[in-house]
Design a binder for this molecule. Structure first.
Ligand code: IMP
Length: 205
């Protein structure tokens, strides 16, 4: 019989990410819950290789690596942007599209590639997707999903947020995430929506 979903019992939670933008958003979401949060970077943990082919697999790889290394529960996000005209690419490879020859990240170049590859299509639909994996040191993992639908624009607009934020306008708005203060992005974004599932499933009741 499948194990019932687990709740976090308080104490420390490791945020299994080295991405400053994700950490900022997840810390802001966790603050009201009074959970003691420590990031993988602060603990000196290495970044595991993301060898999966799905958001779930990569989120689990990151969360399990941190949970087993620290003997603490760990929360990881795997996310990306899906462009309809590109059949859902870059999707799980969103971060890879920003990697340059010297190994650094260039999001302006990544957004230019999206525009270049999707240029001929009138279909501007895009979606951000987030999968949160919550892992325990004994190997148990629970998943929470969030999605934000919208459209992509080029050239990119705005300097707030991170990654592909300046490329994406969520449904119901005229601003890109790059043009919004963090509190407005938190109202619709994929990670906040996955976090609401996590709140209900792992923190609630
Ligand atoms: P990964 O989850 O580490 O594989 O990387 C996720 C990729 O998607 C990175 O390139 C991020 O910049 C991008 N990404 C994920 N969430 C967001 C977001 O909220 N805004 C902008 N880019 C994002």
């Amino acid at each position: 019989m499948a194990e019932a979903p687990r709740k976090l019992a308080g104490g420390k939670l490791v945020l299994a990410s080295h991405n400053a933008g994700k950490l900022r958003e997840l810390r802001a979401l966790l603050t009201p819950h009074g959970i003691e949060v420590v990031s993988a970077g602060e603990l000196g943990l290495p970044e595991p290789e993301e060898t999966g082919t799905t958001f779930e697999e990569n989120a689990a790889i990151k969360a399990l690596a941190a949970a087993t290394a620290t003997s603490l529960p760990a929360l990881a996000d795997d996310s990306g942007v899906m462009i309809a005209a590109l059949g859902g690419a870059p999707g799980v490879y969103t971060a890879d599209w920003a990697i340059t020859a010297d190994g650094s990240r260039d999001y302006a170049a990544a957004m230019a590639r999206v525009a270049e590859e999707a240029e001929g299509s009138p279909d501007r639909r895009a979606a951000f997707v987030s999968v949160l994996a919550l892992a325990w040191p004994d190997g148990h993992v629970q998943f929470y999903h969030g999605r934000s639908d919208g459209q992509w624009v080029y050239p990119p607009r705005g300097t707030q947020g991170f990654g592909y934020d300046p490329l994406f306008i969520p449904e119901g708005d005229t601003r890109t995430y790059g043009e919004m203060p963090p509190a407005d992005k938190a109202l619709t974004n994929h990670r906040a929506r996955a976090f609401a599932q996590f709140e209900a499933g792992a923190l609630g009741g």
